[in-house]
Design a protein around this ligand. Structure first.
Ligand code: NAD
Ligand code: MG
Length: 411
């Protein structure tokens, strides 16, 4: 393990004995709801500072009342009036817009869950990191798009960064006290998604409804589509590289359809250590919430005898080219991850709104990377540099949508 995750254990040892102050960015999403489910089971232990949502005003207001939040922030400014009405008569403060999200994330808290989907989460998550306590990171796009700079901010603010992605949480649990140079490889598992056994011809006709029907996990739409293309595992390789400081050659992917084993770590003596649990994000969230201790999570317990067997297979990079694109971006470094992530966000949105077909998602990402090699080559020195590359990549990917609209539908 890199020293950042080792040093932070010293910080958390000073945890106050009063109620822990918690904020949840992306409270109305799948990870946000799972986090608040855990918090709501032990309300005396936590005090909710701020909850944020994108545009689901009704749910944000319900959650803010339920958890007695001090502040509720909606990202979409057009929804602020509705939020004010929904929270009228309560002591809960309201605000809207990006600056308000950042302000909410900056409010003193002992633990912040960063679970805004996509690069939209970068600035609020950085604000949480900079206020310098513990940040549980679900928004993998922060590391994909701004990796080194993001980790520099983590180091300089002495914050505890706790991965929430199940594979990275598993890796952290397994590697906790292992010397970095004794780790031979870290293998992230992937379910393979709903199209694991589909041919390219079948995938060419796949609808958003089919792609959203994940076999094991219940997640928000963007990460569910990323799981179907395997881009999610590619993003996770980049995430693991930055989190654990491991070179790409030590990072691997294995398809494991049951989603029980989340990560396998091979050590220098040939031992392979793994973490197993039923596919429920409340397990890794609970690990990040209680770290460095443990807490109860109300998840289904693993019954291996009932399950009968666990299977593993190599990923098929021909049927799932997104994985190779992400690997190439990881190897290229600089801003390749930023371009890849931005184009992927545009492509996933276009697929969900039926403007392009399923196979066109990876095609669009590849075409954007090819067309904007200039952007991918930028060595960013500030977060503003990252955001500029992100914006230009998105704009370029959007200009390519027309080209892929027909090709995507026919495959
Ligand atoms: P989701 O779509 O269910 O929720 C996203 C949250 O972000 C919602 O609260 C939404 O309102 C908010 N949001 C959306 N756009 C926003 C914007 N522009 N500004 C501010 N807020 C905005 O997503 P999710 O499944 O909870 O995933 C969140 C993050 O966690 C993603 O980065 C995903 O990759 C990661 N993650 C999710 C899971 C999972 O099981 N859901 C597992 C591992 C990692
Ligand atoms: Mg994951």
């Amino acid at each position: 393990m890199r020293s950042s995750l080792t040093t932070v254990s010293i910080e958390i040892a000073a945890r106050p004995s009063r109620r822990r102050r918690i904020s949840v960015l992306g409270a109305t999403g799948s990870i946000g709801e799972s986090t608040l489910d855990l918090i709501g089971r032990n309300p005396d232990a936590y005090e909710v500072v701020a909850l944020t949502g994108g545009c689901n005003t009704r749910r944000l207001a319900e959650l803010a009342i339920l958890h007695k939040a001090r502040l509720a922030v909606i990202a979409d400014e057009r929804c602020h009036a509705d939020l004010k009405v929904a929270l009228a008569g309560t002591p809960i403060e309201t605000a809207a817009g990006e600056a308000a999200l950042i302000e909410a994330a900056s409010r003193p808290a002992d633990w912040v869950m960063a679970a805004i989907v996509g690069a939209a989460g970068l600035k609020p998550t950085l604000a949480a990191v900079r206020q310098g306590t513990a940040t549980a990171l679900a928004t993998k796009e922060c590391l994909v798009t701004a990796g080194h700079l993001f980790m520099q901010e983590v180091a300089s603010s002495h914050t505890t960064l706790l991965p929430v992605d199940s594979e990275h949480s598993a890796a952290l649990q397994v590697m906790a006290d292992t010397k970095h140079d004794l780790i031979e490889s870290v293998c992230l598992t992937a379910s393979g998604g709903p199209f694991r056994t589909w041919s390219r011809a079948q995938m060419a006709e796949a609808t958003p409804e089919q792609a959203l029907n994940h076999p094991n996990w219940s997640m928000g739409p963007k990460v569910t589509i990323d799981s179907a293309t395997l881009m999610n595992k590619g993003l996770e390789l980049i995430e693991a590289h930055h989190l654990f400081g491991l070179p790409p050659a030590k990072l691997d992917v294995l398809i494991h359809p049951q989603s029980i084993v989340h990560c396998l770590v091979t050590l220098a003596d040939g031992s392979v250590l793994a973490q197993l649990s039923c596919p429920d994000m409340r397990t890794p969230i609970a690990y990040s919430l209680a770290w460095p201790e443990r807490m109860h999570a109300p998840t289904k317990r693993l019954d291996l005898a009932a399950l009968g067997g666990l299977s593993f297979e190599a990923p098929d990079s021909v049927r799932f080219p997104a994985l190779s694109l992400a690997r190439a971006a990881l190897a290229a470094g600089r801003s390749a991850g930023t371009v890849l992530n931005a184009a992927n966000e545009v492509a996933v949105e276009a697929f969900l709104t039926k403007r392009i077909g399923f196979l066109a998602i990876a095609d669009l990402v590849e075409a954007t990377l090819e067309a904007r090699a200039d952007l991918a080559a930028v060595a960013p020195s500030t977060i503003d540099d990252v955001l500029a590359v992100d914006g230009e990549s998105r704009a370029h990917a959007k200009t390519l949508l027309g080209r892929f609209a027909s090709r995507g539908a026919s495959g």
